[in-house]
Design a protein around this ligand. Structure first.
Ligand code: GLY
Length: 374
């Protein structure tokens, strides 16, 4: 088979956004994935929430996430122009809710952190919170309102991004990536399950949680972080926007999707690739969701599933050089894969096309962990 300019391992949102942008820049691109969009892209609730997901010490990640959020409206416009399908952006904002006094103290600290960073967040008292979201329990003590934190449905976004990529000339090979092909220490393609291969001048690794264990690659510190997540039906009109909450110290989020869907997530577990949906996981999520929004009791439990976030030691993605010539990384997006999709595609395609790491990607190079790149 004739070598292509770029082979992308992984057809989730991240891999497709890189492939689409690279094809638009004139490269011949092949994406390899046996079941594109069936990993973290399928499980994610689709919160575009840099502020409400911001963690202490993660300011660089916050800036990256804000830059990607800023690109979302134009990204969806461009996808609509390319495919004729508009993926809606839910713009009702996000409430970060506290349930008891300890939860409210945590929220007060969080608000101080937001103010230090110059982020726009408003404190609401219990009554104001329920005026905004009347379905919330009267026991909710207060909340922070983050008007700029939005959401999108990744299950709507993925097929549209795939159609745009294919429309731009990207070829999809439906095989499992078995390993990286190398020659004289340089990446030169992908080996496929069953014996085939895709030869390429450059390979982008976008295998999400599998990125850390692929045969032939240098060490990449990405591990699977298990999340159990629920999908409920019958929630039309229940919530306007995303509700994140601390319920007696435990985090939960509720994200309305489509006409009557509600996603409730998610556990955070260090259990490798364990795929079990546990009684305890489902219980905790439902218990906290019902404490917050009693009307959840009436909804249909439509789906339970487990997937894995691609976690890194500092919770930020790994973008750019890998230490191996010809191998570029677009992985480790942990809790922010959907949010970082537009920007990752742009930055990684720019690096592949120009050979120059874009400034925005510089803080996220692999060498921050003390290895690579060359
Ligand atoms: N971003 C939500 C999660 O990782 O569960």
């Amino acid at each position: 088979m004739t070598p292509v300019d770029l082979a992308v391992a992984g057809g989730g949102l991240i891999g497709l956004s890189v492939a689409w942008r690279a094809a638009q820049r004139g490269l011949s691109v092949t994406v390899v994935d046996d079941a594109p969009g069936s990993g973290a892209s399928r499980a994610a609730a689709g919160m575009l929430a840099p502020v409400s997901e911001a963690g202490y010490g993660e300011e660089a990640l916050l800036r990256l996430c804000l830059a990607s959020l800023e690109r979302y409206p134009a990204f969806l416009d461009e996808l609509a122009d390319a495919t004729g399908v508009r993926v809606p952006l839910r713009t009702a904002g996000t409430l970060v809710v506290g349930f008891d006094d300890d939860d409210m103290r945590v929220l007060a600290d969080l608000q101080r952190f937001h103010v230090e960073l110059g982020l726009e967040v408003h404190r609401l008292l219990g009554r104001e919170v329920r005026r905004r979201e009347p379905a919330l329990s009267p026991r909710v003590r207060g909340a922070l309102h983050v008007a700029g934190d939005l959401s999108v449905d990744p299950r709507e976004l993925h097929p549209v991004l795939l159609a745009a990529a294919e429309g731009a000339g990207v070829r999809l090979v439906r095989s499992r990536v078995a390993g990286l092909l190398t020659e004289d220490g340089r990446a030169c393609g992908l080996a496929l399950d069953g014996g085939g291969e895709v030869r390429a001048s450059t390979v982008v690794l976008a295998l999400g949680p599998r990125s850390g264990g692929l045969a032939g690659t240098p060490p990449i510190p990405v591990r699977p972080v298990k999340g159990q997540i629920l999908r409920l039906r019958g929630a039309a009109g229940l919530l306007e926007g995303t509700v994140r909450a601390l319920v007696r110290g435990r985090s939960v989020y509720l994200v309305p999707q489509g006409d009557d869907g509600l996603v409730v997530g998610a556990t955070v577990e260090e259990r490798g690739f364990d795929a079990t949906v546990t009684a305890g996981g489902v219980h905790d999520l439902l218990h906290d969701a019902i404490e917050l929004v009693p009307g959840v009791t009436e909804l249909e439990l439509a789906e339970t599933l487990t997937r894995w976030r691609p976690g890194t030691p500092d919770n930020a993605p790994v973008l750019g050089a890998s230490g191996m010539p010809g191998l570029v990384l677009a992985t480790g997006h942990h809790r922010n894969g959907v949010l970082l999709t537009p920007l990752t595609g742009e930055l990684v395609a720019e690096l592949v096309v120009s050979g120059e790491p874009p400034a925005l990607a510089a803080p996220f190079a692999l060498d921050r962990f003390g290895r690579g790149p060359t």
